[in-house]
Design a protein around this ligand. Structure first.
Ligand code: ATP
Ligand code: MG
Length: 597
């Protein structure tokens, strides 16, 4: 491609709309343009990158025997009503764009395709003889994200590879799941990414086990915890650990103590000269279920620990049937504002005990009359601990479960932290890193097939729900993650496997006939040899062209400058900036060799 003919505009200044280096660079280098909130046009250079990534994904998926297909982006509401996700996705979470067609039928724009594929499997799969099956597609997805940001990282319209597998048994599912794990690693390796596979929460998609693939980058939105030897790695949402042991308490008598202005752990510990591991603190949440019922949740957790709200959400989802609901619409800390809706009288915030009386809750329709009390396992074995006295400015010390307080149901809610010991090997300490989630693979089990009655007949003639897996990969997010991981102050540094072009031939002065002639002939020779090449034949200053070449990040730059007098050109490696003089007639071989290494 000749740059003089390409619609290509670079920006000198950082665009105000962008925060991340990768987002700024993709805008500045003319790869993407913002069309609206979370909406980006992929300009020709970007589209080439996306197609390269897609090609790698296709090759590795096809190599496993998975079959490519293309499902519909418009999805009838009925399918989502069958799985029970219509209301959560369109109303509660609101992630799904929904619309009404001219015949007054409700449809959604596909954020994911479990429902559509399960409906197809229900109609096409009858017998165990047809199993296993694995279908995938590469397609634009739509999600009405609460906070679209960081360019392609969190768009409202983005490209995803999603695959769905169907099995007659859990063991067959596991085989495909591990095969996908290997295929994903190959894809990310081929794209030149530094990544880590981590245990993940399965979220609203559901199912038993799941794993995410994280591209390691400071700008990542996810926190990862891992051990030095990589025997354990998990998203912090999912991570478990061994918290430090509590320091034994020196309070040997149960008593109420005046602790004015000590509503925080730090202040009460200072006043009572105790350690935060000796305190049981209460955190109050409120959860709204999809049937409209609000439940106040009182979580007891050790003073030095925080609640992992993803774990809490999962526990509360399990308990939803107790309150007549199926799913959670909202979960939040019940601080001053929400308290106004249900608190009968002012709560002793900062001084609450595990026994806080239910009479604090007003008798209002739609509000459960009793606190749902949960204890994190960090408080289970505390002895002679400190906690609130349910009265402002007072604490109790020397408290014990069973004697002074009733131990609520014990669950694991605490947020694992860097510095904790690993549960699988307590001699190892968890470390932390940030990552960008580029892939997520799930063992779904029978969640969708059961709900949607997608069954098959096994060898014994029994009718059973299909066992399912699903495998997502963010193609457009991956492209930007690659830039986030590989750039310098001058611009993007593409890995040659996904670069839009391999080589840029820069003619410093298009007015110089000899320079142009060498540039043209190299451009043709390289193209003929199958090298993807750009010719910078624009009538611009050499400085501008060099800056643009660095910015756009093509792996090799060939400069037809002064050296042509000696029959040579300069070849600059974008990543290392090393410049080599190469004889004009050897350029094609030299570059073909570099590109294949
Ligand atoms: P996140 O936690 O980042 O919101 P998710 O867990 O909802 O993502 P999945 O449903 O697992 O995402 O989707 C599969 C893949 O699609 C993700 O691993 C990610 O790479 C990509 N993806 C998801 N949401 C977006 C988005 N809004 N913009 C770009 N890519 C996305
Ligand atoms: Mg995910």
């Amino acid at each position: 491609m000749r740059l003089s003919q390409m619609l290509w505009v670079t920006l000198r200044e950082d665009p105000a709309e962008a925060e991340l280096p990768s987002h700024k660079l993709l805008l500045r280098a003319g790869y993407i343009r913002r069309v609206g909130s979370g909406l980006y046009a992929y300009l020709p250079l970007m589209w080439r990158v996306l197609q390269k990534i897609s090609a790698i994904v296709r090759e590795e998926m096809n190599a496993t025997g998975a079959q490519e297909c293309l499902l519909t982006q418009l999805q009838p509401a009925e399918l989502w009503q069958e799985s029970g996700r219509w209301d959560t996705y369109t109303k509660a979470e609101g992630i799904m764009f929904a619309l009404t067609d001219r015949a007054n039928r409700e449809v959604g724009l596909g954020p994911t395709h479990e429902e559509v594929i399960t409906a197809i499997a229900r109609e096409t799969i009858r017998s165990y003889r047809q199993l296993p099956q694995h279908l995938y597609q590469i397609q634009t997805k739509f999600r009405d994200e609460i906070r679209p940001r960081f360019g392609l990282m969190r768009g409202r319209e983005f490209i995803m590879k999603d695959g769905y597998s169907f099995h007659s048994s859990e063991s067959s599912l596991k085989e495909t799941y591990y095969e996908m794990d290997r295929a994903y690693r190959k894809m990310f390796d081929r794209c030149g990414l530094k990544f880590r596979a981590v245990e993940a929460d399965s979220g609203a998609i559901g199912g038993s086990g799941s794993q995410e693939f994280m591209v390691l980058a400071e700008a990542g939105e996810d926190d990862i915890l891992f051990t030095e030897d990589s025997s354990y790695a998990a998203n912090v949402e999912k991570a478990i650990s061994l918290p430090p042991d509590a320091i034994p308490s020196h309070f040997d008598k149960f008593e109420k103590i005046h602790t004015p202005k000590s509503g925080t752990i730090e202040s009460v510990c200072k006043l009572l000269k105790c350690d935060s591991t000796q305190v049981a603190k209460q955190v109050l949440y409120q959860v709204v279920y999809d049937n409209g019922t609000t439940v106040l949740v009182l979580v007891s957790i050790r003073g030095d620990r925080d609640v992992n709200e993803v774990k809490l959400q999962n526990e509360l989802t399990k308990l939803s049937a107790n309150y007549g609901g199926k799913a959670i619409i909202n979960l939040q800390v019940a601080d001053t504002d929400p308290q106004q809706k249900w608190a009968h009288s002012k709560l002793p915030v900062g001084y609450i005990s595990p026994n806080l009386e239910d009479s604090y809750i007003d008798k209002v329709a739609g509000i459960a009359p009793k606190f749902l009390r949960l204890a994190d396992r960090t408080v289970e074995h505390l002895q002679n601990f400190v906690t609130g006295a349910d009265e402002a400015d007072y604490h109790v010390v020397g408290a014990n479960w069973g004697k002074d307080f009733t131990l609520p149901t014990v669950v694991n809610l605490d947020k694992a932290m860097a510095g904790d010991r690993a549960e699988n090997d307590p001699s190892q300490i968890l470390q932390t890193a940030r990552g960008i989630e580029v892939g997520h693979i799930f063992q779904l089990g029978t969640k969708y097939s059961q709900a949607m009655k997608a069954t098959f007949t096994n060898e014994q003639g029994e009718e059973l729900p299909l066992v399912m897996g699903c495998y997502g990969l963010g193609v457009s997010r991956l492209a930007q993650a690659a830039v986030e991981q590989s750039h310098d102050k001058d611009g993007i540094i593409w890995n040659k496997a996904i670069a839009p072009y391999h080589v840029i031939v820069t003619v410093p002065n298009v007015g110089d006939a000899k320079q142009m002639e060498v540039g043209e002939s190299l451009y043709i020779a390289l193209s003929t040899a199958g090298v993807e090449v750009l010719l910078d034949d624009r009538d611009e200053r050499a400085g501008v062209k060099f800056k643009d070449a660095d910015l756009v990040g093509i792996p090799y730059r060939v400069v037809t400058g002064k050296a042509i007098a000696d029959g040579k050109v300069e070849i600059v490696n974008r990543a290392t900036k090393v410049a080599t003089l190469v004889a004009i007639e050897s350029v094609v071989d030299y570059l073909k060799n570099e590109l294949s290494s």
